[in-house]
Write a protein that binds this ligand. Sequence first.
Ligand code: IPE
Ligand code: IPE
Ligand code: MG
Length: 247
Amino acid sequence: MVKPDLTVIPKHVAIIMDGNGRWANQRGLPRTIGHTKGVEAVREAVKAAGEAGVEYLTLFAFSSENWSRPETEVTDLLGLMRRFIRRDLAELHRSNVRIRIIGDRRNLQGDLLPMLLEAEETTRANSGLTLVIAFNYGSRNEILRVIERLAVDVAAGLLRPEDIDAAMIDGRLDTAGIPDPDLIIRTSGEERLSNFLLWQAAYSEFLFIPDFWPDFDRQMFFDALKTYAARERRFGGLTTKPAAVAG
Ligand code: IPE
Ligand code: IPE
Ligand code: MG
């Protein structure tokens, strides 16, 4: 497998890992097998991102709306999250990966929150890939929590409404300190954001690929980077690519 020669590596790639259930359905297997296979694809993506020199990889693991699934499926998904941290934390730490968790930390039951905090704490000083895990994450929930805190500051007289700017919001989001995603990939053929990084995706490039998440591999990751490298980002301005020289 040849690594693409990339001159434009996205600093931050975010992935909506979708299609585990359909992958399993297609094979006449229970959905939970699809989720288990999905964890293997997570490992592939983390390795590929590290190899490619991507600095931040955000993975949408569990949304604030996923609680509405049947209880058994929710239990399976939470169980997989636990197992992933338990089994992979040491290896991720050895690989110099730094873990960040985004999402609503309130109301997480039992050992989940302590485990997530431990993963962050253990890997805090690592200098390699930052793996951002979006867990119990929903963008509107995240933005609402920011608004709530700003409102408290305004009510306390610490802040004037007219002083609120974009940087203040950036700095209060769960993603504070993390650059906006350059590339957002969604697997499974669905073409929507499903409440993922709404604020942060203002100028992201989108890539929707038909494959289900359990089939995602290194080659697909590198292909995605290649597609990204050919995109032209303008940020509302004019072209940033050097004009082709005639002749
Ligand atoms: C993605 O696969 C995993 C999570 C959302 C947690 P799905 O479970 O959404 O699979 P489909 O979309 O039903 O195929
Ligand atoms: C988005 O996928 C959430 C995750 C990948 C964790 P969903 O499968 O929950 O999204 P919808 O319901 O199809 O929009
Ligand atoms: Mg889905």
